[in-house]
Ligand binder design. Structure first.
Ligand SMILES: *[C@@H]1O[C@H](CO)[C@@H](O)[C@H](O)[C@H]1NC(C)=O
Ligand SMILES: *[C@@H]1O[C@H](CO)[C@@H](O)[C@H](O)[C@H]1NC(C)=O
Ligand SMILES: *[C@@H]1O[C@H](CO)[C@@H](O)[C@H](O)[C@H]1NC(C)=O
Ligand SMILES: *[C@@H]1O[C@H](CO)[C@@H](O)[C@H](O)[C@H]1NC(C)=O
Ligand SMILES: *[C@@H]1O[C@H](CO)[C@@H](O)[C@H](O)[C@H]1NC(C)=O
Length: 674
């Protein structure tokens, strides 16, 4: 949905704020400053006054219009709807500059161009597991006595799904109207019908969609229903004995289906008419109830922004959305603090160091976790207006959304380089660790109660078992592979691009460097068939430990037998047969590596070099040929410092890959200066 006008400052901040929840940004297009456009305007009530009478309400709302437009004008009234229950405000046709003038008035809260919504469709009772003789249908007596408002494109009243046969009259609280041309079309099923069409003006007839959704919600049982002979059976709504009140607010016409101001008017009427349930099958980033927004940092303590104990004392957060900063206090505990203080929802913003890494926590109230950059924008927005507001919009679960950058590195993920052993590049590999749903032993409502359930958690603790699981799979399919071989297979086949095919990014949305992702993100399928492996025998580790300068006794403790390093080959750091290269460069350094063929018996690999900047890389030989499985080949790689090596500081990175017609066996390289 695109807003159709450039908005004045406060309003555009609001829209931006909304878009934080959508996690997408909308681009406003320019409209001439004198173009009329429908706005949804929210205002406060004058203090000490209650606006009981609807004339009072309308007069109050009109006082926000331009002076020349405050009187009701037949045929050209700028005020479209005065809302009573659904929001405190109205809709009106205004120019952007008129809106700007309105913002200066006392009790003005917000104004934004209305959006139009697209119609969407619902599900079937069977899919929800509803059965005639038992369960919720029986328990709820099929919805008897309940009134469902359907805000849509109207209905075809003669449809058998809307038959009043066998239905009781509506409950006494019903105050609605039947405004069909022929009011005899209403019955005990179809108890009301109204139309709201000020904003859209009459466009085409949307009764197809409206009929479908109304019958889905509360259609009567209709036997021998089918679709062109398919799916024959008994049709019924989810609540087949409920009453239906129809509010026609959608008049489909190309891109514009339902005008927001008409929908709000329909909702307002439905509330006053006494409905129990409102059914709105729209492409819904709506409806919303805008809430006041407050920054916890406005509290009395110097650290109030953290939403810790006592932080919100003396701050009016009742019914408001509270912005809290991450840190010190647990993320969920902050939400509890906001909830206990009467807050309606929380926006949790990152500290600078957390960047763009956001987490899905099981919060105790509606909450959105935003990046540092977005949090700063929200702070500035709060600071910029007298009545800051926010809206929480639930978008449900989104799977494989290629507009996102998954996988991406979190700020909490461990980073290299390894200080203990400079010859080994760390981290080796990365795996899923953000917002992982897995088994949990306690009730989520009451942590003192043991109950088998599921919970969402984030951390390297969650990433590790994913990689352990992949290793277990590889062990199962290649029982003879050593741990080093399995590790090599996982590392040399890891992905360095995300689902959108772009480089994996870090929490600052920059391409993640080798000290963030190591070889990359694990790819189990490729790891199962890597082509070549870098193997390491247990004795190699002994030589390696001796090479690191440990005493005989220390090495003996690790390998649990008596060792004389003097009698061992000593492997300098970096010479272990590892599937990656961590180079601490003086002038030049050569490493040898041995690869084992586990791909196709007869195969030829050529080296592909992506040299780190400031470093020359040569590989000898540059072709490796194999004539059988498990054959080995050794190569040497030399790193030489270029004359111009300013690019190396603080480090530089690249890779070498052995590629055949079928495989690509990649080793990452990091280079630092000695
Ligand atoms: C809408 O279309 C249906 C089906 O063609 C028709 O029965 C109904 O009268 C139309 N309603 C209006 C308001 O035009
Ligand atoms: C905030 O500051 C107060 C007073 O200095 C201190 O007692 C409290 O522990 C701090 N809270 C947090 C969450 O750091
Ligand atoms: C809020 O506005 C004031 C004055 O306009 C400014 O000094 C302050 O830095 C602003 N704070 C934030 C968080 O933007
Ligand atoms: C949690 O469960 C325990 C044990 O059943 C019970 O004593 C306690 O009252 C419960 N707490 C809440 C908040 O429901
Ligand atoms: C040296 O390398 C840096 C970084 O790659 C580059 O910006 C600079 O122009 C180079 N200088 C020369 C003399 O080549």
């Amino acid at each position: 949905m695109q807003p159709r006008a450039t908005m004045p400052a406060a309003t555009s901040s609001l829209l931006l704020l909304l878009s934080f929840f959508f996690f997408t940004f909308h681009v406003a297009q320019t409209t001439a400053n004198n173009d009329l456009q429908t706005y949804i305007i929210q205002v406060g009530n004058p203090q000490g006054r209650t606006l009981a009478e609807s004339e009072d309400v309308e007069t109050w709302y009109r006082s926000f219009l331009p002076t020349t437009q405050q009187q009701q004008q037949k045929g050209n009234d700028r005020l479209l709807y005065a809302y009573h229950d659904v929001i405190s405000g109205f809709s009106a046709r205004l120019t952007p500059s008129e809106v700007k003038d309105m913002e200066a008035k006392n009790f003005f809260i917000s104004a934004r161009p209305e959006r139009s919504l697209k119609l969407q469709t619902t599900h079937s009772p069977k899919f929800l597991g509803l059965q005639q003789r038992q369960g919720v249908w029986k328990d709820a007596n099929f919805g008897t006595g309940v009134i469902i408002a359907v805000l849509d494109g109207g209905v075809l009243p003669s449809h058998p799904s809307f038959s009043g046969h066998g239905m009781p009259p509506p409950p006494a609280k019903w105050k609605g109207k039947c405004e069909f041309k022929d009011s005899s079309l209403c019955n005990n099923k179809l108890i009301g019908a109204r139309s709201f069409n000020l904003a859209a003006k009459a466009r085409s007839n949307g009764t197809g969609h409206g009929t479908h959704t109304a019958s889905t919600a509360a259609g009567a049982f209709v036997s021998n229903a089918d679709v062109l002979g398919n799916a024959r059976g008994t049709a019924a709504g989810i609540a087949p004995s409920a009453h239906l009140a129809i509010y026609k607010v959608c008049f489909p016409d190309g891109g514009v289906d339902c005008a927001e101001s008409d929908i709000l008017a329909g909702m307002d009427a439905a509330i006053q008419d006494g409905v129990d349930v409102m059914s709105i099958s729209k492409n819904s980033k709506q409806p919303e109830k805008q809430l006041p927004l407050v920054f916890a940092g406005a509290g009395r303590l110097s650290n109030s922004s953290l939403c810790g104990e006592g932080a919100l004392n003396g701050l009016d957060v009742k019914g408001k959305v509270v912005l809290c900063e991450r840190g010190i206090v647990g993320r969920i505990a902050k939400g509890q603090m906001v909830k206990d203080a009467g807050g309606a929802a929380m926006i949790l913003m990152n500290k600078e160091i957390d960047g763009f890494s956001t987490l899905a926590d099981l919060h105790v109230l509606p909450a959105a976790h935003v990046s540092f950059a977005d949090g700063e924008k929200i702070k500035a927005y709060i600071n910029s207006t007298r009545w800051p507001t926010a809206t929480v919009v639930f978008r449900g679960t989104t799977l494989r959304d290629t507009s996102t950058s998954a996988p991406a590195m979190l700020s909490v993920s461990s980073r290299g380089p390894a200080t203990q052993s400079k010859g080994i590049l760390k981290p080796d590999i990365v795996g899923p660790g953000a917002n992982i749903i897995a088994a949990w032993p306690f009730s989520l409502e009451n942590a003192t109660v043991t109950a088998p359930t599921f919970n969402v958690m984030t951390g390297t603790s969650m990433s590790c078992p994913h990689l352990s699981g992949v290793a277990a799979l590889l062990k199962g399919s290649h029982p003879s592979w050593s741990p080093a071989a399995i590790k090599s297979a996982m590392m040399t086949t890891a992905d360095v691009t995300n689902i959108a095919g772009k480089p994996i990014v870090d929490e600052k949305h920059q391409p993640a460097d080798v000290f963030a992702i190591g070889a990359g993100h694990v790819n189990p399928t490729k790891a199962n068939n890597p082509g070549l492996i870098y193997d390491i025998k247990p004795d190699d580790y002994m030589s390696y430990l001796c090479g690191l300068g440990y005493t005989d006794q220390q090495v003996g403790k690790i390998v649990r037998r008596n060792i004389k390093c003097a009698e061992q080959e000593k492997l300098p750091g970096g010479q272990l047969n590892y599937p990656s290269f961590s180079v601490t460069l003086g002038h030049s350094q050569t490493f040898t590596r041995t690869v084992t063929n586990v791909g196709t018996a007869s195969s030829v690999y050529a080296v592909k070099i992506n040299p780190p900047s400031g470093v020359y890389v040569t590989v000898k030989p540059s072709i490796l040929s194999f004539s059988d499985m498990n054959h080995k080949a050794t190569y040497a790689v030399t790193f030489t410092r270029a004359r111009n090596n300013t690019a190396i500081r603080p480090f530089t990175q690249g890779y070498i890959a052995w590629t055949s017609d079928k495989y690509s066996v990649t080793s990452p390289i990091s280079v630092t200066l000695q």
